[in-house]
Ligand binder design. Sequence first.
Ligand code: PMP
Length: 368
Amino acid sequence: APLTMRPVARESIMRIAPYVPGRSTAGANRKEYKLSSNENPLGPSPAARQAFIDAASSLEKYPDGGATALRDAVASTYGLKPDRIICGNGSDEILSMIAHAYLEEGDEAIFTEHAFLMYRIVTLAAGGTPVVVDEPDMQVDVDRILEAVTERTKVVFLANPNNPTGSYTPASEVKRLREGLPGNVLLVIDAAYAEYVRKNDYESGIELVATREDTIMTRTFSKIHALAGLRLGWAYAPANVIDALHRVRGPFNVNAPAIAAGVAALADRAHMERAVEHNNYWLPEVTRRVRELGFGVPDSVGNFVLIDFSTVPGGDAGEADDFLGARGCVLRRVAGYGLPQMLRMTIGDEEANEAVIAALAEYREGLA
Ligand code: PMP
């Protein structure tokens, strides 16, 4: 064959806009406040860190492919059956397994306008067709999702709470969505930020999944457990869905130190509660103070807020991003989520939060 020939990836793969993670501090030799990836400023439980270190003494061994210890720990923590749980290398991997197991070429996956970006990526990677539903006022609209259903719809992704908007869908609306969808459509409730939600009408999906054969809930250790670097997630699903996902799962997808750390993290309830309390204090505090500066801040139930620069005369998210970055404050651009005039700020520790608020005040003054 001529040397000019080369393998060509599938057309749908080439349509994927690669996921661009929040910038990292690597290489910076000055103080930086990285509030761009919804990481937990308190760090992991010391017990989880120790379990990770201890696991390093047997790295020559394969992990337990079924992640039994972790599934048992999740099951006893949440009162579930271990055989209805599957673990992943981050919940991202579980989203990918879902797309590969349920979407054939041409099948449709529905998600909303400002939904988490991985839904588009995993749908295209599996050969599926993304169907994007409008989000009036950055809220998920169940009726619009139901109207978008066709005979080709196989999966609906719903982030609850959603990243980056911080919005949530009340339990009654999730139930109405489920009941309005045909039984052959898998509803994926991505509850990555469930532990942060302080709303009486919220339900992470556990209750809904318990009674159905068509709904899966995904969770992560990256946020409340502060183990983003280990890549660990889990899902709760009916037996038929668990069976399908195991067929596409890599045989040793979750590594041994991650399993050990995850088990220890779940056991350290007090540590988790500290992270919740930290967020309970700082989420409303940051929201209030950034609003006081004149910026729009939509209500959020996660560990992050959106800051709207279009609400101040002369404000511009791109310019603000550069301005903040020059002061060591790294926020997340969300133009790729259809929010070009907003930045997403993770709730950090006190020092980081104060640094961002001070830099925002300075930016605001410069415009006046
Ligand atoms: N779902 C949502 C809504 C998220 O924001 C994230 C993290 N960016 C994930 C899933 C993936 O988390 P992980 O793969 O770290 O478990």
